[in-house]
Design a protein around this ligand. Structure first.
Ligand SMILES: [Zn+2]
Length: 244
């Protein structure tokens, strides 16, 4: 990390994760300690008591380098999504590509019409739309997952000759699915961003855990007997990205 002194005393630069960032120092009276924050616009703001030497501020930023880097990434990703989800956004749904359409009429609801996915009840002057539509869109996906998964799960359970206790549809950020030793299956509604084939692979994967609670060669052999192209499905699952 390198610091560059700037002509203006309170505006400085710092390199975090290979990227040059600028930050502002505001001297605040009655302040006891230095504080660092990343504001909603993704700018680093430093507040400190008057008279604090710049090298002390620099040293603190160095110590907080990892935290700062993570925080900057978080805020910028959020802002990126904020910009990209709106009228005309493309959303994947079981191999189809849906287009988000915003309706300034009606009560807040989400419905599909052909390949358009309408979100209604949007206030006409809303400038920050993505924050408002992400939640209803998630609920729409979740609702469809609850309708789609059980029938496919029944189909594959019969083919595999195994039973399961129950199914819960969840929205975890890190797991596509799981199967407990008692046969309770959890599936992520985000799987609907993938193709039907990839969803089938995940269902078969979890059902196969009814026989093999590990990922042994025997497990993969059993998965492959029902989904011969499971390797490709796994790869596609790994490269699946959130549309928002
Ligand atoms: Zn597994």
């Amino acid at each position: 990390m390198i610091f560059h002194a700037m002509p203006v005393l309170n505006k400085r630069r710092i390199v975090i994760a290979g990227r040059e960032e600028s930050f502002q120092i505001a001297y605040v009276r009655n302040r006891k300690r230095i504080s660092i924050l990343v504001d909603d616009a993704g700018e680093i703001q430093v507040r400190c008591p008057p008279g604090i030497p710049l090298r002390q501020v620099d040293a603190l930023l160095v110590r907080e380098k990892n935290w700062l880097g993570n925080r900057l990434t978080d805020v910028r990703l959020k802002n990126l999504h904020r910009r990209t989800l709106g009228e005309g956004s493309a959303l994947p749904f079981l191999g189809d590509c849906l287009t988000v359409r915003l309706g300034h009429w009606g009560r807040g609801s989400v419905f599909r019409c052909g390949d358009d996915l309408w979100v209604t009840g949007i206030p006409p002057a809303d400038v920050d739309i993505s924050l408002d539509i992400r939640r209803p869109l998630e609920r729409w996906y979740c609702r469809h997952a609850k309708a789609y998964f059980p029938q496919r799960l029944d189909y594959w359970a019969e083919k595999a000759g195994v039973g399961f206790n129950g199914l819960r549809v969840r929205g975890q950020k890190t797991r596509w699915g799981s199967c407990s030793s008692r046969g309770n299956i959890n599936l992520n509604w985000r799987l609907l961003w993938a193709s039907p084939r990839v969803v089938d692979y995940v269902l078969v994967h979890e059902l196969t855990h009814r026989r093999h609670m590990d990922h042994s060669p025997a497990f993969w052999l059993a998965v492959g007997s029902l989904i011969p192209d499971y390797q490709e499905c796994r790869e596609r699952l790994q490269s699946l990205e959130s549309p928002w």
